[in-house]
Every structure is written in C-alpha cells, then in structure tokens.
Design a protein around this ligand. Sequence first.
Ligand SMILES: Cc1cc2nc3c(=O)[nH]c(=O)nc-3n(C[C@H](O)[C@H](O)[C@H](O)COP(=O)(O)O)c2cc1C
Length: 352
Amino acid sequence: MDLRAFIEVLSTQDHLRRVPRPVDWKFEIGTITREQQVPLLFENVKGYPGHRVFTNGLSSPGLIALALGLEYGEDLNTIIKAAKGRSQNPLPPEMVTESSVLQNVVPFQQIDFLTFPIPQWSTQDTGRYLGTWHINVSKDPDTGTRNVGVYRMQVLGPKQATVSTSPTSDLGRHVAKAERTGRPLPMAVAIGVSETVMMAASAACPYGFDEYELAGGLETRSLRLIKCQTVNLEVPAESEIVIEGFVQPGVRVQDGPYLDYAGKANTNPKAFVFEATRLTYRNHPIFRGSSVGIPGAEDHQVFSLLAHLSLVDFHGRRSRQRIQNPLLRKRLFRAFQFAGRLGAFHPRTWGR
Ligand SMILES: Cc1cc2nc3c(=O)[nH]c(=O)nc-3n(C[C@H](O)[C@H](O)[C@H](O)COP(=O)(O)O)c2cc1C
C-alpha cells in the first residue's frame, strides 16, 4: 500500500483529519501535529500552492494495524504477532522501470529543497527539517550490501542538508569506509514512502541485511524499486519525492538543536553533509514528515512495535537497551523519554 492508498484508507474509515485552512510551515504544522496526534493532511500550506504535508500516520497501534493491512480495532497482541511472523519471512524487492515519482525531474541547477513545504517543526528547532519521516539508502562501498535507515536531515542550503547519525550506525560505517579512500558516499533519500517501508527502515537489522526485504515481508508483497540515475542505488517506486546525491567525505557540521524523540532539544556537532545531484517528485506531491518529542508520538509507536520484534537498538550501549526496550514494550513512553535523555549524553548516540 503506497502512501496515497494508505491516506485513502484513513479517509474512508474516518481516521484522517484534513486541514484545508492556510497553515504556516514555520511552527504551525508542527504544533498542530504534536497537539492532535491523529493523521493530518495539511492541504493549504502558505506559499506552497499544490503541495500537501502529511503527519501522524502511525500515531496509534490501530493505525499501525491499518498500515499492515489489518483491522483498526485489532488487539495489540494480534498486531505484534502478525508483524513478528511477517518479519521472519522477508521478501526480496523487485526492479521496475516505471514510477510516478518520475513525473517531475528537476534539472541539477534548479534543485532547491525549499520548493517543498518543509516545516520548521518546533520553536526548539534551529531550522527546517527535510528528513524526519523518510529513508536514507546507501551501500557498503566494499561489499555493495544495502542499508535503508532513518537519519534526520536539516536543510543547510538549496542542495545541502545534514545527515545526523552516529559512527556506529550502518550509514556511519558506510561513510567511514568511503572516507578511508577519500571518496564521497552515494546516498539517496526517499520521502513519502509506504509506512511499512518506514517501519523496516527504523528497525535495527544486522549489518548487511537489506531492510527492503523486511519491508516486503511486512507488506507480504515484494517492494517495487526503481534505479537512481546519478548514483548506483535503488529507491521505492512508490515514493512521493526522491533526492539522489552524495555524503561529502571528511566534512562535519552541526545539526540542530532539534526537538528529538526524547523530548529534548538535541545537537549533533558531527553530522554529515549531503549534497543533492538529482531531484524527482510526483505531481501534487505529499511531503511526509513527523513532529516528535511528545510521549507516544508516531516514532514511539513504531519503536514499541519493533521492541516486541527485538529490532530496536539506537546504536547505543547494551545497558541502555536493557532499560529502553522493556519500557517501549510496556508503552511507558514518558519513562522511555527520560531514559533517552540520560542516554543522549552518550557520545556514540546520534546526537547529544
Ligand atoms: C522518526 C525516526 C527518526 C530517527 N532519527 C534518527 C536519527 O536522526 N539518527 C539516527 O541515527 N537514527 C535515527 N532513527 C533510528 C534509526 O532509524 C534506527 O536506529 C535504524 O535502526 C537505523 O539503524 P542502522 O543504522 O543500524 O541500520 C530514527 C528513527 C525514526 C523512526
């Protein structure tokens, strides 16, 4: 189910709240998202005619059930059992050549991230965040194995954004390998992918495992991928926006402050820098983002499900995982945030 089909399901079953009045990308979309905690489709972003922003798609277990093709009212144990069973049956993706994300191909010179209504989610954020509910795709430069993860991205310029993660994440390891030979690391960003792809990308899979296979398992259907043009990578055919580019070797910048999952404005002084080489998007695109920081927000809902599947680690110390995972399983989100705030001082995490 692509994002538009999911939004249609939400709408038909009366779970979608449309916001037709004009809203500001600066703080207003984020504030409404954090206050309401129900799926929201902003249809009228000031200064961005023809664009839409979707948030809170997975902000409750019932919504996760719908994204998995189950009933909204399914009980939590059934949802967990279904997700666990499917995660144990990964399906390899298949390549296709047609995709609606190719409807608009932006020439390199004209690439400007701010042609999209990218929100500044919170007054605690230093800027606009392109990547809050998206995927980052890269490959191990030596072995070619693929990683699909979620690593936040702050807009730095028309073609430049941060990528905030720790050196121990799969992407961090790819960058380190590329840097050893002074090469940029090819990376693709897809925004507005199916929610099952998001769940898979958020999962802590063993290094070298392809999260697209997990997405196929969760969806019970192979994911359809298209080839990128300027980098040797693949992205979901059913994406709203695709940005190809490279992580620059040897360059680090500050990302944040940014209101993160632990409910604290967090800064990563050693974020990577991504530069775009190609941008494509669907007609009348839907920008998918998330405003985190509230206990039980959609990131917590996904982490809770993944904790039941033993697929959460935050690239942190085992001691921290031993505290965080039971809290997530028991849905004690305030305590989870508290633990996260303590752990956020650990230098190996994705901020501090
Ligand atoms: C909404 C959301 C935002 C996230 N932001 C980040 C981030 O900024 N940096 C990071 O390292 N991980 C972030 N994560 C967690 C990773 O996606 C997760 O650890 C995933 O397992 C990637 O791990 P890997 O590098 O081991 O593949 C985020 C997850 C979600 C759901």
